[in-house]
Design a protein around this ligand. Structure first.
Ligand SMILES: [Fe+2]
Ligand SMILES: [Fe+2]
Length: 193
């Protein structure tokens, strides 16, 4: 792993870009798990993916995009506009999938399409947006943003869905919109808004 000497002693926990890239990898793993599973296990894997995607994209919308838009001037503006368009398209596709049963015939092709879009979006962020963050933000800023992202990671939905607990029994998984709302609140509080 790359060590970023500009950030505190523990780069994994202090550097918002490293954390976001770790979440990208976890999102990919959770999407792969959806395709590997069937029946109830697929349903559970799908909810786990939805939860992380909601937390991740909302945190980016609240923490990263506004910073890049402000600090990155014209180039930042364009990059953020492109990323927001991709995120909106993914959310639309996800809303459709949430209405679908995981064992229906339509689910898998739609999910594969969403997976490709989510991966392309993450790649674009890593290629275009995160380097801007890296070049503009000092250690204090990276840390400030990472704290808000950590707070977002702790979000558990306020409206549990019966029967969707994880094996550990403590991870209650709700619909995308509810998780996104809760994440937004938590992140704004962490940022001091
Ligand atoms: Fe994103
Ligand atoms: Fe992302």
């Amino acid at each position: 792993m790359t060590v970023h000497t500009t950030v505190g002693q523990d780069p994994d926990s202090n550097d918002v870009v490293i954390l976001l890239e770790m979440q990208h990898r976890e999102i990919r793993r959770r999407m792969d798990a959806v395709l590997e599973e069937t029946g109830k296990a697929r349903e559970k894997a799908f909810r786990r993916f939805v939860h992380l995607l909601a937390v991740h994209e909302t945190a980016e919308e609240e923490i990263v995009h506004p910073y890049v838009r402000k600090a990155g001037e014209k180039k930042g503006d364009q990059t953020v506009a492109d990323r927001l368009r991709e995120e909106e398209a993914a959310k639309r596709a996800l809303r459709e999938l949430e209405d679908e049963r995981c064992d229906s015939e339509e689910f898998e092709p739609k999910f594969r399409e969403l997976r490709a879009a989510v991966l392309a979006h993450a790649e674009a962020e890593e290629a275009e947006e995160f380097p801007l963050v890296r070049s503009m933000a000092d250690a204090a800023r990276l840390q400030y943003m990472s704290k808000a992202l950590r707070a977002a990671e702790m979000v558990a939905p306020t409206r549990p869905h019966p029967g969707t607990e994880s094996a550990a029994g403590n991870l209650l998984l709700g619909p995308f919109a509810a998780i996104a709302d809760r994440t937004r609140e938590v992140v704004r509080m962490a940022l001091g808004h």
